[in-house]
Design a binder for this molecule. Sequence first.
Ligand SMILES: [Zn+2]
Ligand SMILES: [Zn+2]
Length: 243
Amino acid sequence: MRMNRRMATYRSLIRSTTLTVRALIRTPHSPRSFRPLTEPATANLSAPHINVVIKSWHSTQANLNISPRNRNSPTGNNPTNKMQVSCQCGSVTFSTPTPTPLSVICCHCTQCQKQSASAFGTSAIFPAVGLFPLSDALKSKLKLWTRPTKEGRSMDCYFCTECGTRLFHRIREADGTERETVSIKGGCVEGLDFRGAKHIYVDSAVVDLPEEVERYPATPPIMEGRPSPSGVGDGGGKGLGGE
Ligand SMILES: [Zn+2]
Ligand SMILES: [Zn+2]
């Protein structure tokens, strides 16, 4: 009899917890919570209260998209919800142009092994607008080294003048046009989620890769031909790949 009462208590506890969890899951993902975007966006944008609604919607989106680790980190709660980037010594700090990257790449080419001083390089690809043009304050803490890539392109590689940490790369076409994306080095981006990263130039990989990762011997087909959507994998030749 006592056992039955205890079981009933457990069942009741589990039922109420389940309902609470369901309610919590439904709240941020419910399509209804996204409705304010379309309504005020087509209405009077100068109304202050509507701008607040739009800002709050963007914040919600950013919160849903950033990785759990970043969401829980102190900087993950920054007002813009953009990710924070910093070098090893902390002299260089800036925010990512958007709250989340367009893609995340692990490049195993020998150039990336050199630049990262490690087994492979990592890149979080972002739109360049928002970081470029570089502010004077940021430029004063960076040094630029440019290397040629295939087909007459060049890669601008920025690093901290104090500690030498490589922070980001940007490719320029042969005619000097700067690519629309910037490759921020993954290890410098706080809270970056590497799950689902594409591994490229795995022909020269020096470590074993987990079976489940998306991989390409060199440049993925989607990046072949120009312009590359991600700004990586531009080496072409053996050992001149990616970032
Ligand atoms: Zn530094
Ligand atoms: Zn590479």
